[in-house]
Design a binder for this molecule. Structure first.
Ligand code: S3P
Length: 435
């Protein structure tokens, strides 16, 4: 029971750092109380010459380099666990006259990078990676990018992406800021659009029409102005608390000041279909992004079938959706979620393992899961997260429903997106300790 904040929206904070870092002038980012993933982008932009300082606990001041002012990094750039950092930076670095190398932790070093390398190469970028151990056409980090030769520029690009991915889209749009020619990007369904919103607010020559985006730098002065941005709370972090509120008997949880961008709100629609007592109280727009408070109260849930674009709009919430499914009556079927296998862990396999450990029956499909809701207490479990923050947090919420104390190993990864997760759950009345 209670009212709590969540960390800054991770996706928006990455973009604030990247665009602030290449803007002309000073940017202020408010509400920055982010985790290790965002800090990886912050450190990378500092390495590339942006001056970034913390002013106050939750505010950053960025002195940008200007579009053409980045400097060659003296050492490989460490993207840590963050796919967004690596993929978005690749788009930025592919356009530079200097070479750079991007490295990541063990999980990031297994993740597919051809999805950005292939389109960037099509517009003249040099980008090489390590051969994937199992997939002959795939590459992984470390990535070696550039340099572009003297008087060489990225070209126009017309790209139809086989996957809907905001990371791919954003990498291509970042490279497009530097290209000589138009960028046309189309994806099967609209992925999160924070890049388009911010670029458009900064006066960049971008137009989005459904799942098609055009960036045409002809006639543009090549300058992004410094800006003021108030980062809303992260809906993907709020999802864990909303789920706790909806599933723990007697609960009522308010999560304050959360980003409610419609490309991210798939889970709220699924919750409504499950019969959950979850309401979004709109608070208007902040920095071009809709925000609101989320109010979640305990109630009976029914199983549902989820697939298609709603899965894309809740792509990071599928692990916690599995927890809701475990507490609903009947069967929940999740389809079209094959992308989950390429995240920080294979999230379909990991959630199947974790659910079974808690005594929940489920079937793993190629592109999803079928979960049988289990009434009454779950079986207390000892699970590990495979270093994946969203698996660890989902397991913690399952633990609130168990018939005894549960243990989650490898839980320090939670700091990648939600460093105060444990303290926030405690503030809401949960009994949870860090060993
Ligand atoms: C993100 C896009 C999504 C999401 C990730 C953050 C972003 O990845 O899963 O956590 O900030 O652009 P994909 O674009 O690979 O689906």
């Amino acid at each position: 029971m209670g009212s709590v904040p969540v960390p800054a929206d991770k996706s928006i904070a990455h973009r604030a750092l990247l665009f602030g870092g290449i803007a002309n002038g000073i940017t202020h980012v408010k509400g920055y109380a982010a985790g290790a993933d965002n800090d990886a982008t912050l450190a990378a932009m500092q390495q590339l010459g942006a001056e970034i300082e913390r002013v106050g606990e939750r505010e950053l001041r960025i002195k940008g380099t200007g579009l053409f002012g980045l400097r060659a990094p003296a050492a490989p750039i460490d993207c840590g666990n963050s796919g967004t950092t690596m993929r978005l930076l690749s788009g930025l670095l592919a356009a530079q006259p200097f070479a750079s190398t991007l490295v990541g932790d063990a999980s990031l070093s297994r993740r597919p990078m051809m999805r950005i390398a292939a389109p960037l190469r099509l517009r003249g970028a040099r980008i090489e990676g390590a051969a994937h151990p199992k997939k002959p056409q795939e590459i992984t980090a470390p990535l070696h990018i550039g340099p572009l030769g003297e008087d060489t520029y990225l070209t126009a690009l017309e790209f139809e992406s086989p996957i809907a991915s905001a990371q791919v889209k954003s990498a291509i749009l970042l490279s497009g800021l530097f290209a000589h020619g138009v960028t046309h990007f189309r994806e099967p369904s609209v992925s999160r659009d924070h890049t388009e919103r911010l670029l458009s607010a900064l006066g960049a020559p971008i137009r989005a029409m459904g799942s098609f985006v055009e960036l045409d730098p002809a006639g543009w002065n090549g300058q992004l102005p410094g800006f003021e941005l108030d980062v809303p709370g992260d809906l993907s972090a709020a999802a864990f608390l909303v789920t706790a509120g909806a599933t723990v008997a007697g609960s009522r949880v308010v999560v304050r000041h959360v980003g409610l961008n419609p490309t991210r709100t798939g889970l709220l629609e699924v919750l409504r279909d499950m019969g959950a007592r979850v309401e979004a109280e709109p608070l208007g727009e902040v920095s071009g992004e809709p925000i609101g408070n989320l109010v979640s109260a305990f109630g009976d849930l029914v199983g549902v079938t989820v697939g298609g674009e709603r899965v894309l709009r809740s792509i990071d919430e599928v692990p916690i959706l599995c927890v809701l499914a475990a507490r609903a009556s009947g069967t929940t079927t999740i389809r079209d979620a094959q992308e989950l296998r390429t995240k920080e862990s294979d999230r379909l396999a990991m959630m199947a393992k974790v659910l079974r450990a808690f005594g929940v029956t489920c079937e793993e499909l190629d592109d999803g899961l079928v979960v049988q809701g289990r009434p009454g207490k779950l079986t207390a479990a000892h699970v590990e997260s495979d270093g994946d923050h969203r698996i660890a947090m989902s397991a913690a919420i399952l633990g609130l429903h168990a018939d005894g104390p549960s243990r989650i190993d490898d839980a320090d990864c939670i700091a990648t997106s939600f460093p105060r997760f444990v303290g926030t759950l405690r503030a809401l009345g949960a009994r949870i300790d860090v060993a």
